[in-house]
Structure formats: C-alpha cells, structure tokens
Design a protein around this ligand. Structure first.
Ligand SMILES: Nc1ncnc2c1ncn2[C@@H]1O[C@H](COP(=O)(O)OP(=O)(O)OP(=O)(O)O)[C@@H](O)[C@H]1O
Length: 238
C-alpha cells in the first residue's frame, strides 16, 4: 500500500497539510492559584517539516501538544491540522483524528506489558479493524523499519529502553499518520540511545513526509530541525 492510499483511506484523509494555531490559551484552576499554561500561542508549521519544541519544565510544552492534537481543549483560540479544525471537532471526530492521522510517542513508551512487540505495534490497526493479513504485513514492515524484527515476540519487559521506544515509534507509524508527535521521547534513555532515537525520528520524518513535532532539548536535533519553537511561561519566544 502506498503512503497516499493509506492516508486517503483515513477519515481525515485531507489532513496532509501543516499545523496552524491562533491565540491558543489554556488556564488551569482559577483565582490567585491559576496556572496560565498557554497565553495566546500562534504558530505555523509547514507540512512535512521537523519541528522541535523546547522550553523549561512547566513552560507549557505538553499542554500545547495536547491542544494541537485534541487530547485537551484550549479555553480560547483555534488549532488546525491540515484543513481540519481540531478545536471545533466533537469528541468522536477527535477520536477518529487521533486514530487515523496522528501517531504519538511518549517519554514513558506507553506499551502494553502483556503484549509482544509485534502485538503492541498492531494495536492501532486492530482499533481500525484492519484485516489480519494486512495487519501482519504492516507490523512486519514497521518492525523492519525500526530494526526489531528479531524481537517481534518479546514483551516490553524483555526489551531495553531504546528497543521499547523503537516499538513505540513503530506503533505510532503503523497507520501511516500525517502527523507524528513525540513528547520528550528520549527523557528515559541514556544519551547514546537517545541520539539513536532522535536519528530514527528524523529519518522517518524525511522518508515518510510526516509533519513531526518533538518536545525536546536535544541540541543535535534542534540543529537539524526545520523549525525550533521555544516556549517561555506559556508564550512562544521564537
Ligand atoms: N491538569 C492540570 N491541572 C493543573 N495544572 C496543570 C495541569 N496540567 C498542566 N498543568 C500546569 O500547567 C503548566 C504547564 O504544564 P506542561 O505540562 O504543559 O509543561 P511542560 O513544559 O510540558 O513541562 P515538563 O517539561 O515538566 O513536562 C505547569 O505549571 C503545570 O503544572
């Protein structure tokens, strides 16, 4: 299956453009203890680019990624992925968007401990009710992509941190999403393994044309990114 066919099958098939946000605002709590996590964020990301989002702890990185991908709702402002207005979607539409068009990679990997590496990679395809033969073929391709075919039958507890994150990357990409979001993907890894994961994320972005947002402080990745966004107290400084 080609990338174009896979994406056209998705419910948000037109979602191949970039990312746009205007005036994103999010406050947790109220009164004197309110936390202004986002204070009017505007951004434009070109389709197919690699974007690094940095900023110190508490600056609002996770909140911004969550508002852009519909995991959280901003109090004000708009966010578009391609021509889909995320901030105007219903809960059902957001589920479809995330299932078909966005791949997520987290700092803590988020794998299911009782499933093998191959079964973990196949989970998003099960959710889409992809036929078994096609699912197995896609899982094999993705395990090859992250060089883990020989570990297909091992459970996460039997894999190193770097291997677990590679399984998570394969799972994030198995539906051929237009957008890949990685929130501090190397936070739990030693620096050498972390660099390998960043190299892999950059390679898949370039090869597959995903629009990739990575929350990270990795200077090497920042140097290679198409765009570097820096959050300071809920505002984009660059
Ligand atoms: N559900 C919540 N309830 C209350 N406050 C929250 C909630 N989620 C985030 N915050 C606060 O909003 C601010 C931004 O948090 P966020 O997690 O977006 O920052 P971050 O830049 O991702 O930080 P880190 O690098 O530590 O993960 C922080 O002050 C945080 O404590």
């Amino acid at each position: 299956m080609t990338t174009t066919q896979a994406r056209a099958d998705g419910a948000v098939g037109a979602l191949r453009g970039g990312i746009r946000a205007r005036g994103l605002t999010k406050t947790y709590g109220a009164g004197p203890t309110a936390v202004h996590a986002l204070r009017g964020v505007d951004l434009d990301v070109a389709a197919g680019s690699l974007v690094v989002l940095s900023g110190r702890s508490g600056a609002g990185k996770t909140t911004l990624l969550n508002c852009l991908t519909g995991l959280d709702r901003p109090d004000a402002g708009t966010a578009f992925l391609g021509d889909g207005e995320v901030t105007a979607m219903s809960a059902d539409q957001l589920l479809t968007l995330r299932r078909d068009s966005i791949g997520f990679v987290f700092q803590t990997f988020g794998l299911m401990p009782l499933l093998t590496a191959a079964e973990n990679v196949g989970v998003p395809l099960r959710l889409r009710r992809t036929p078994v033969a096609e699912r197995e073929e896609r899982v094999r391709l993705l395990l090859d992509l992250v060089d883990l075919r020989r570990h297909a039958d091992q459970r996460p507890g039997e894999l190193s941190g770097g291997e677990q994150q590679r399984v998570a990357i394969a799972r994030a990409l198995v539906t051929d999403p237009a957008v890949l979001v990685a929130d501090e993907p190397t936070g739990q890894l030693d620096s050498r393994t972390g660099h390998q994961i960043m190299d892999l994320i950059e390679a898949v972005t370039r090869e597959r044309g995903t629009t990739t947002l990575v929350a990270s402080h990795d200077p090497g990745l920042i140097a290679r990114a198409d765009q570097h966004l820096e959050l300071l107290d809920g505002r984009l400084e660059r």
